[in-house]
Design a protein around this ligand. Structure first.
Ligand code: ZN
Length: 201
């Protein structure tokens, strides 16, 4: 199942996310390699053990590669595929990030509430999804309902065209009670569940 053709802006959005990830990683690698090469060129008179050659070069490149994978979350290129199934469990989870404000004398914790879903897929396997909790989600993501999460779009959508629980924007997560073609929050198209009646489900 793909994002329906008519939602061109969302297809672009999903593609751009993937592209940004790849491009960011490539630039990251280019900067590292460029720095190492320019260092070596500027220190040609140094003995080999003070330049990046041999295993030192390999080590630097390995660090660049691994940190690049982490920074740009490259595994999402593979894990962020379209998936659908039935919500088996819908709950909340909390996460927090430590924000070190240089002006403040103490460390602040920024709490974030997440919706945590366990989705039972067609093949019997379960998949966990976690994304920021927004208004209306408590009613929207109910156990027993079918959802689809498109690759590259952060928020899963209900697959029931007659769902009385409103509509969620797949790009920004804004929940709206009635269907409108454009999301009031971000302006991207709101996917109408009527366009998602896939026979393979
Ligand atoms: Zn939106």
């Amino acid at each position: 199942m793909h994002i329906p053709q008519k939602y061109r802006d969302l297809r672009r959005y999903a593609r751009a996310r993937t592209l940004r990830r790849i491009l960011g990683f490539l630039i990251w690698m280019a900067v590292w390699i460029g720095s190492v090469v320019s260092y070596n060129l500027n220190h040609q008179t140094y003995p080999a053990h003070r330049r990046f050659v041999g295993w030192r070069l390999a080590l630097v490149l390995a660090v660049a590669l691994l940190s690049g994978v982490v920074v740009f979350r490259l595994w999402k290129l593979f894990s962020d595929r379209t998936l659908w199934g039935v919500i088996e469990r819908s709950g909340l989870s909390r996460s927090y990030t430590v924000s070190n404000d240089p002006g403040a004398s103490r460390t602040d914790y920024e709490f974030r509430l997440n919706t945590a879903l366990v989705i039972r897929r067609e093949n019997g396997r379960t998949k966990r999804l976690r994304f920021e909790q927004k208004e209306g989600f408590y009613h929207y993501y109910r156990e027993g309902h079918r959802v689809v999460r498109f690759g590259g779009l952060p928020y899963p959508l209900l697959l029931d065209a007659n769902a009385p629980h409103g509509y969620v924007c797949s790009a920004c997560g804004a929940w709206q009670k009635d269907y409108v073609p454009q999301c009031a929050g971000c302006g991207y198209s709101l996917i109408d569940p009527k366009d998602l009646t896939d026979t393979s489900l």
